[in-house]
Design a protein around this ligand. Structure first.
Ligand code: CTP
Ligand code: MG
Length: 380
């Protein structure tokens, strides 16, 4: 096996079904393109790797793959691409793996199992999976012709492995086939099946990309966390205290009492953020005893709350706050309030609404203001 294995990675397709506006093999999956993943997985097994690129994209392929592989121009059909690549492999190689870049996450161990069989004397080896669905053979008018026995059917994956001489003969003898083993079967050479691997799925449609991401990061499912917060303060007896509300100053309105600037809207949002990340509440994070927060602005406390939820591994999906009271009228300055809160939260999506309480309660009697907020966090 040492220095005897070459690999062809078929990557010259357009990727029409994925519809990414660039060849499928150049589509990124996390940190690497599909073709880079495929190369990385085969590199420990194959000492020589040929990648077929779509005409016109050779330089881009070379740029992402570097000198570790040979990039050649593919053909019109997949089997053309394989034939051209095969002809470029030097004679010293005894075994050839034929792989689809579209099966980017086929693990190295699968390629190794294929080669092990060739070393043991097999001439052609394919990884297969049992079928989940019953398969029907259907005629051109849409009528079932036949139902093959599912227990004898298998779905075929790549990398497929061949002795170089058998693969050359197969490609000389026949034209097109979507898999190389079919050409070898046509020669009458026995093709051995081995257990395939779910990770060798063929990335064809958009939904396959999410499946591939799950394979790369099994725990990467996004976590959503919702939190709720309220705050209330009485209007100050100090008629000169200006109102701070929703990160704005309201010069014609009397301010709210409070250890800080008394901005109930900002404080309710801070509570909601901290609650969503299960980090306690405003009091436990910015205690009244802490002189640092005496006179702290709502914007400052929002920024600090954001820093805490970020440190806990979350980003803000959105926050929503409702201000409860008779005045000030929020609607005329709603856009301003949204922009100011959002700026304090590094551009988070914010909504601000308001309501009066029909003369009921301390807000209805004009004694103070309250606010209620929700925050939705998403794991970073
Ligand atoms: N392939 C190739 N040369 C071709 C056609 C296809 O090398 N002329 C490669 C593809 O890049 C892919 C593999 O063969 O890695 C399997 O083909 P498929 O999954 O059908 O990919 P695409 O042809 O790119 O996709 P689509 O059919 O959706 O356009
Ligand atoms: Mg195709």
């Amino acid at each position: 096996m040492i220095n005897k294995t070459a690999a062809i990675i078929a990557a010259a397709g357009a990727g029409n079904r994925l519809g990414a506006n660039l060849p499928k093999a150049l589509v990124k999956l996390l940190d690497k393109t599909l073709v880079e993943h495929a190369v990385a997985n085969l590199a420990p097994i194959a000492q020589h790797i040929v990648v077929t690129a779509p005409s016109g994209f050779e330089d881009e392929f070379k740029k992402v793959l570097g000198d570790q592989v040979t990039v050649i121009t593919g053909g019109v059909l997949r089997s053309d691409s394989i034939r051209i690549a095969l002809a470029s492999i030097p004679n010293q190689y005894e075994y050839v793996l034929v792989h689809d870049a579209a099966r980017s996450l086929a693990p190295t161990a699968l390629a190794k199992s294929v080669i092990d069989q060739l070393v043991n004397g097999e001439q052609a080896v394919v990884p297969v999976l049992d079928l989940v669905d019953t398969i029907k053979e259907v005629d051109a008018s849409g009528y079932v012709r036949n139902t093959p026995d599912r227990s004898s059917l298998r779905a075929v994956q790549t990398p497929q492995g061949f002795t170089k001489s058998v693969l050359e003969r197969a490609h000389q003898a026949s034209d097109d086939a979507t898999d190389d083993a079919a050409l070898v079967e046509a020669l009458g050479v026995k093709v051995k099946t081995i257990a395939g691997d779910e990770r060798a799925l063929k990335i064809t449609n958009k939904s396959d990309l999410s499946r591939a991401l799950e394979i790369l990061h099994p725990d990467s499912k996004v976590k959503l966390r919702v939190g709720i917060g309220t705050d209330a303060h009485a209007f100050s007896t100090d008629k000169n205290r200006k109102l701070s509300l929703a990160c704005l100053t309201w010069s014609d309105e009397i301010g709210l009492d409070g250890h800080s600037d008394g901005d109930v809207a900002s404080h309710a949002i801070c509570d909601a953020l901290l609650a969503a990340a299960n980090l306690g509440d405003l009091g436990s994070n910015f205690g009244v005893a802490d002189a640092k927060y005496a006179g702290a602005s709502g914007a400052q406390m929002l920024a600090e709350s954001l820093a805490k939820v970020k440190a806990a591994g979350f980003n803000i999906e959105n926050v929503s706050v409702q201000i409860v009271g008779n005045r000030p009228k929020i609607a005329p300055r709603r856009a301003e309030a949204i922009a100011a809160i959002s700026a304090a939260l590094s551009g988070a999506a914010v909504s601000v609404s308001a309501t009066s309480t029909d003369g009921l309660g301390f807000t209805g009697e004009g004694k103070g203001l309250s606010a209620i907020a929700t925050a939705l966090l998403v794991s970073a």
